[in-house]
Design a protein around this ligand. Sequence first.
Ligand code: BMA
Length: 367
Amino acid sequence: MFDMQKSIIYTLLVFTFLSCASEKENIQTPVEELLKTLEAVKGNGVLFGHQDTYAYGYYWNNVEGQSDVKRVTGDYPAVFGWELGGLEKGVKANLDTVYFDDIRRYAITAHQQGGINTISWHPFSVINRVDSWNTETRVVEKIIPGGAYHEAFKKDLDVLGDYLNSIVTAEGEKVPFIFRPWHEMDGTWFWWGRTSCTSEEFKALFRLTVDYLRNEKGVDQMLVAYSPDRNFTTTEEYLTWYPGDEYVEVIGMDNYYDLYTDGLLGEAIKKLHIVIDYANETGKVSALTETGFENLPDSTWYMSKLGAVLADKKVADNISYALVWRNDPLKHFFFPYPEHPSAPYAKEMLARENVWLLKDLTGFKNR
Ligand code: BMA
């Protein structure tokens, strides 16, 4: 009898252990789920994204639940872009005057509604706190390991990491996101651009940023995107600044110019094919990480340009999302407001079965 009891207890223990282990294997972390979603939408729908969509729009600011995408289409974008430039200075609002406390709230809401957050960063240089567009000082060589401002820059990363880890739901879950640091490095306009550092220095900066956030700050809710601008025609050129497969999950491209300049649409598509081929070769996801036509002087742009790019079969079958830039009435806008002549064209593109807003994405996830 005694032996029998022992063996029953033993069996129960083994069973409990095995079922716990298998449950653990099945439970996905939020960031794993995010990556799975980006993979799963591929070939089904291209997620549409908009920068700062909840924060402000064409002549409104910080109105609960408002978004110019919603005003035009009746739904929110599926991808929500946010910007952290200025955070490193210890100020309350970013360079576009959006409060970091509001950004945190917006990102949590977007996540809880089933959307995807992506975060860009136009930091002010730690050397002299000039903005990202000031290329007079060679910043990168001085902030990577061995540089005179390396320790100081790590403090900026501390601030960044602490903020990212503070984007937490009421239930205590860290909100997952795509971080897109040091974008458009193949251009010449940022202090991390191709004329302001060598590609090796750039890679060191990218790796330092990701390693520091992941390993020192415990930012484990982050996917990382690599986003050159349009200045490449081959895979080799595209990968000039690539920090390595272990650092990147989203293979991206920013491209405005090819999508508004006559005759360059084919170039935009060709470049996206390069991005897609590399993503597929390495088992990663691909995206048009930023695009738009400033103030939409061609009202057909959403159909004739972006719509044409997204209608290319290979693009439609492969990229996970395309994001347009922000609607700041004082500076520029990239998505129409309801009265703008381009609104019907944007609506038409976004009504396509394979271009997805938030409800399309949540419907797909719950199917
Ligand atoms: C740029 C412009 C700037 C803005 C920056 C960061 O493309 O929109 O006005 O400060 O992005 O959002």
